[in-house]
Ligand binder design. Structure first.
Ligand SMILES: [Zn+2]
Ligand SMILES: [Zn+2]
Length: 478
């Protein structure tokens, strides 16, 4: 029997964790974090206790209690004995947290199949935010001291303290156990998004990941639909985030709004758009160029662009943007001191960008406001004090509208900052990363699966002829 078990993404947006079993082969489709379940128990400063390994996650139903899946150091800490690896691979659709957020709990010897774009993004998060997507930092392990008697904690700066995840970048069809898998790139609000066609013993299972048609890469999604239909799939696991929406704005509309808004501005243009959405960055880069402005990105974005360039991925070129270097710690970057002293204020990964020709500080931005379009997200609002935007400055809101109380409070904080600097010209322009109801319907009609499973949606009932899915309950494919 070929089966699918949905451990996340059921009646919720994201948190996809789908187990596919065929004969001896067992694979996961994504291993994401459920934002809704997580928000029931946790908030910014309230999270799982690391010393409980995966215990807290299991207790609260954030991840399933399954043998042979989780990392050894965490299991050992919980008093669970050694477990054999039970799974052949994880197919990662893309590197949004609701799809990869719990990978750091998974044993690193289960191969992760993903796109080059997803790999670059995870490298960025690991390097810049202490993530463990691709490199597990071994915990709870003591080793003999190098000098003297006794033990010390194993440190992730030592080679034995790191276990590299087995990562396979896939572009062409590949095999996992008994299964032939075809990766199919799709358009989404994150570079490197893919769908998969998995040829099982009872027909092909197509998994959409997250997709849309209204971004800069519509063609990719069209090709995915065409190719999926050729498989005459037994099952289609389709995302349905916006099944209840028929909004039709496109990324092109965002560009039109932004470039119009930037016209005749004598001061700074400030924009908040998703950090890793390089298509949105392209939109802002083009709008900036239209008005002879330089797009200014932050250090994490610079890291990502650099990684993309080195990996030959499509994205704005680092040389085409300026990189904003915030004053950190002692604030030496704007003082006349030796570069080595300046580096002391920054993480190692940041230092390379500080000395590059296209780096700028608050002083340059403050002096020549009409020459720049500056990315400033929620956490960068504090930079406004150093940058001192003039009254005639404008602000573009290019992120999703608030949909919960926390986001509403954050939005008020942004408004307070803008009001403090007398910035009154504000516009909103954003499009979602997900196909609307009509597009979803047309996609399903074109693919014509024998069985349809709706995930990543709060409204599975709005799909026609859809299988009823229960979290954790095995469903037959054939
Ligand atoms: Zn998602
Ligand atoms: Zn996504």
């Amino acid at each position: 029997m070929v089966s699918l078990t949905f451990f996340g993404g059921v009646n919720e947006i994201g948190g996809n964790k789908i187990l596919l079993k065929d004969r001896k082969t067992k694979i996961w489709l994504d291993f994401g974090m459920s934002f809704s379940t997580s928000a029931e128990f946790y908030s910014d400063f309230l999270g799982p206790k690391k010393c409980n390994g995966i215990g807290d996650y299991i207790e609260l139903g954030l991840v399933p209690d399954i043998r042979g899946l989780y990392r050894e150091d965490y299991l050992k800490k919980m008093g669970r004995g050694k477990e054999e690896r039970e799974f052949d691979g994880i197919l990662l659709s893309h590197a949004h947290l609701d799809h990869n957020g719990h990978l750091d709990l998974v044993r690193p010897d289960i191969p992760l199949y993903c796109s080059q774009g997803s790999k670059c993004i995870m490298e960025m998060v690991d390097a810049t935010s202490g993530g463990e997507f691709l490199r597990e930092k071994v915990s709870f392990c003591f080793v003999p001291k190098k000098r003297g008697e006794g033990l010390k904690r194993l440190d992730s700066r030592e080679p034995e303290g790191i276990v590299e995840r087995v990562v396979k970048v896939v572009e062409k069809p590949f095999k996992v156990g008994d299964l032939e898998v075809t990766p199919m790139p799709v358009d989404h609000s994150l570079p490197g998004a893919m769908a998969f066609a998995i040829e099982t013993s009872e027909g092909t299972v197509v998994y959409s990941g997250d997709f849309r048609f209204h971004g800069l890469n519509e063609k990719k999604t069209r090709e995915f639909v065409e190719k999926s239909a050729e498989f005459e799939p037994a099952a289609f696991i389709c995302e349905g985030t916006r099944i209840d929406s028929n909004k039709t704005e496109t990324e092109r509309d965002v560009y039109n709004t932004v470039t119009k808004f930037c016209k005749d501005c004598e001061a700074l243009i400030i924009a908040n758009y998703p950090l890793r959405d390089t298509d949105r960055m392209t939109t802002f880069l083009n709008a900036a160029k239209d008005h002879d402005r330089r797009l200014v990105v932050n250090l994490k974005q610079a890291f990502l662009l650099d990684a993309f360039e080195k990996a030959g991925q499509e994205a704005p070129k680092l040389e085409d943007v300026s990189v904003y270097i915030p004053r950190k710690s002692w604030g030496l970057v704007t003082e006349d001191v030796h570069p080595d002293l300046v580096h002391g204020d920054y993480e190692t990964w940041e230092c390379g960008f500080i000395d590059s020709d296209n780096s700028i500080t608050c002083e340059e931005l403050r002096k020549n406001q009409s020459e720049y379009l500056w990315h400033c997200d929620f956490f960068e609002l504090k930079e406004l004090i150093d940058v001192k935007p003039m009254k005639a400055s404008k602000y573009v809101w290019s992120v999703t509208e608030p949909f919960d109380v926390v986001m509403e409070l954050d939005e008020q904080i942004v408004m307070n900052w803008l009001a403090h600097f007398n910035i009154t010209e504000i516009t909103r322009s954003h499009v979602s990363g997900h196909a609307n109801g009509q597009d979803l319907k047309e996609t399903i009609d074109a693919i014509r699966p024998k069985k349809l499973f709706a995930v990543h949606t709060e409204h599975p009932e709005m799909f026609e002829n859809v299988e009823v899915v229960e979290k954790g309950k095995e469903c037959e494919v054939g």
